[in-house]
Ligand binder design. Structure first.
Ligand SMILES: Cc1cc2nc3c(=O)[nH]c(=O)nc-3n(C[C@H](O)[C@H](O)[C@H](O)COP(=O)(O)OP(=O)(O)OC[C@H]3O[C@@H](n4cnc5c(N)ncnc54)[C@H](O)[C@@H]3O)c2cc1C
Length: 466
């Protein structure tokens, strides 16, 4: 019989499988995707957020436990489990040598990744190279991997894992790690979670899925049906505004539009609806998906003029360009009169200061609602460019309640052999909000804990994680 069954094929699953194997367990990993699409959302990632008390190879300065914790506390508005969050933060300080032993390589950030050189370690070759390295290492260590194997049913007895079933095939094991992502790819469930708005629209129907199509939430549903303790709100998710031309799945980071803070954003009525210069873009980009989702038709238009060119990471596809705002309105299908009024009012409200995109500068609007608090320059220099935006969902936060051993809970009691890692439990730490790079920190730290605990549940010694 298999000792440890790992369900999922992304970062959290691989960290669990490798750690359980290192502890001596016989490990089988079931990945829903075919081999060519293995790796879940993890293959789209670029970095992980790491605590460090002094400069390290690719990390500058220091990023202490307290600063990391304060950043997390701020973005979640306190909706986080402090003990579990601190476990992740401390684990992020020590996991990189282990990652390197399994073939992951790091690099300094490229330009365009503002403000994260100190806090985030970038993967050489991105998340795709990371998951490939882990798969290579897992196979070399004797972990058995089965692709095209979406688990649909779990057999549990009073919270004790017995077996998993995929298409009628049964996989019994002495312990199990669930690491099968959120439900962000399940359009029917997203529709149900986000509901119908006052205009009679179903906003989630317009969402683009930034990552894998395989995170259907089947195991979250199975665990809910089995009475597992859950955390998080089904309508909480990491959701950004992305290029409306992105594919419905797997567009990845190439579909991001990073010029919002350099211009204005209007809805299809040609009206602004939020402060584009509220804070640094890396701190604000994750609110724009929800903001666009609230607009009529779930669509918005990011508009800039020539002054903004060269000041942001250029999107893969060129925007729509025109020599006048009126021509831009026509090219984008926006109501011309309304857009000209919006731009005229905005331009008149801009109070010139010293423009500096690297700090919260003093270029702001006066007497405008909503205001633009920083980087507010009049849009007056042709050519004008517009990018059409849609909500792009990254991952959902509904998850399974865990403790510091990563054990799933049933009625407050931890399972003795069923553990959870990654997006399936990230909601314990991310009740809302997001700080870049913490998804991979959570998956790496809890993947390793879950793998070690699952191996221990089969009688292997519980080895401390270095
Ligand atoms: C475009 C994009 C960029 C991102 N960039 C970053 C970044 O730079 N840094 C960061 O920290 N986070 C980033 N994230 C978030 C990050 O991807 C996640 O937090 C992290 O990858 C979650 O890892 P995971 O292993 O839990 O899930 P995933 O990597 O999504 O893996 C889930 C796996 O489970 C499999 N699966 C699903 N259902 C089943 C089933 N029923 N049976 C068997 N297998 C199943 C899937 O096929 C998949 O392999 C990004 C996400 C996206 C979409």
């Amino acid at each position: 019989m298999i000792d440890v069954l790992v369900i999922g094929g992304g970062n959290a699953a691989l960290c669990a499988a490798l750690t359980a194997r290192e502890a001596g367990a016989r490990v089988l990993l079931l990945e829903a995707a075919p081999r060519a699409w293995r790796g879940g959302n993890s293959m789209h990632t670029r970095n992980l957020r790491c605590m460090h008390d002094a400069p390290q190879d690719v990390l500058s300065g220091s990023y202490t436990e307290e600063e990391y914790w304060q950043d997390l506390f701020e973005v979640t508005a306190g909706h986080t489990d402090e003990a579990l969050a601190r476990l992740v933060i401390r684990g992020s300080a020590t996991c990189r040598p282990w990652m390197q032993r399994h073939g992951v390589r790091f690099q300094p950030p490229l330009s365009g990744a503002l403000h994260v050189a100190r806090t985030n370690a970038f993967f050489l070759g991105g998340g795709k190279a990371l998951v490939n390295a882990y798969y290579r290492s897992a196979e070399a260590m004797g972990v058995t991997v089965r692709y095209d194997t979406p688990v649909d049913t779990l057999e549990l007895q009073d919270g004790h894992f017995v077996a998993a079933v995929s298409g009628g095939q049964r996989f019994a094991a002495r312990a199990c790690v669930l690491a099968a992502g959120g439900f962000e790819s399940n359009r029917a469930w997203l529709r149900e979670a986000y509901g119908q708005n006052a205009r009679g629209e179903w906003p989630a129907d317009q969402f683009l899925i930034r990552g894998t199509r395989y995170n259907q939430g089947a195991l979250l549903k199975a665990m809910m049906a089995a009475g597992a303790d859950m955390v998080g709100d089904p309508a909480e998710a990491h959701c950004v505004a992305i290029d409306a031309r992105a594919p419905r799945y797997d567009g990845g980071i190439a579909t991001r539009i990073d010029c919002v803070s350099l211009g204005v954003v209007v809805n299809q009525q040609g009206e602004r609806f939020h402060d584009e210069g509220e804070d640094f873009w890396p701190k604000r980009y994750a609110i724009w998906g929800h903001l666009v989702a609230e607009q009529p038709g779930q669509i918005a238009y990011a508009l800039i003029d020539a002054k903004a060119q060269g000041r942001f990471m250029p999107p893969v596809f060129a925007g729509t360009q025109a020599e006048t705002p009126a021509a831009l309105a026509e090219a984008l299908g926006l109501p011309q009169e309304a857009l000209l009024r919006t731009l005229g009012t905005y331009n008149a409200a801009c109070r010139a200061g010293t423009f500096d995109h690297t700090r919260l500068d003093d270029c702001h609007t006066e007497g405008l609602s909503p205001p633009k608090s920083h980087w507010a320059l009049a849009l007056d220099t042709p050519p004008y460019t517009g990018y059409i935006l849609r909500p792009g969902i990254t991952f959902t936060y509904l998850g399974l309640k865990v403790d510091a051993t990563a054990a799933a809970h049933f009625g407050g009691t931890p399972s003795d052999n069923l553990f959870v890692a990654g997006e399936m439990m990230a909601g314990n730490i991310l009740g809302q909000g997001y700080t870049a790079g913490i998804g991979m920190s959570i998956g790496t730290v809890f993947g390793r804990i879950a793998g070690a605990r699952a191996a221990a549940a089969t009688g292997q010694p519980l080895t401390p994680l270095s």
